[in-house]
Design a protein around this ligand. Structure first.
Ligand SMILES: [Ca+2]
Length: 112
């Protein structure tokens, strides 16, 4: 992750990275730590990444279903764009769930 942070520092005029830059660096780092020589993830690499980095994602889905959902072009590899789409989808779903929880707390109040 160091080289990603160094890149972000250099492109931001040596100022401290923002929270979103840090989140992007973490995303790059997670992907790159599992990718193969072709900069893509095999099914095994992808499933290992999900197991270690996004464990809630695999609940209720078989490994085959999960991989097929992410491998949009059906080349049996997950490239960074496909991975980024997955992360964006998780962010949207989490945001929607968070909004529902916040709405419920506004109407019912905090549980005691
Ligand atoms: Ca693919």
């Amino acid at each position: 992750m160091y080289f990603v942070l160094r890149f972000l520092y250099s492109t931001a005029n040596m100022s401290d990275p923002t929270r979103l830059e840090m989140a992007l660096a973490a995303m790059f780092s997670a992907y790159m730590s599992y990718q193969g020589d072709d900069n893509k993830l095999t099914k095994e690499q992808f499933l290992k990444l999900v197991k270690n980095e996004l464990p809630l994602l695999s609940q209720g889905k078989s490994e085959d279903e999960l991989f097929q959902c992410v491998d949009h072009n059906d080349d049996k590899r997950v490239d960074f764009e496909e991975f980024a789409s997955l992360v964006a989808g998780c962010a949207c779903a989490s945001h929607d769930a968070l909004q529902e929880v916040m709405k419920e707390l506004d109407t019912k109040g905090c549980p005691k």
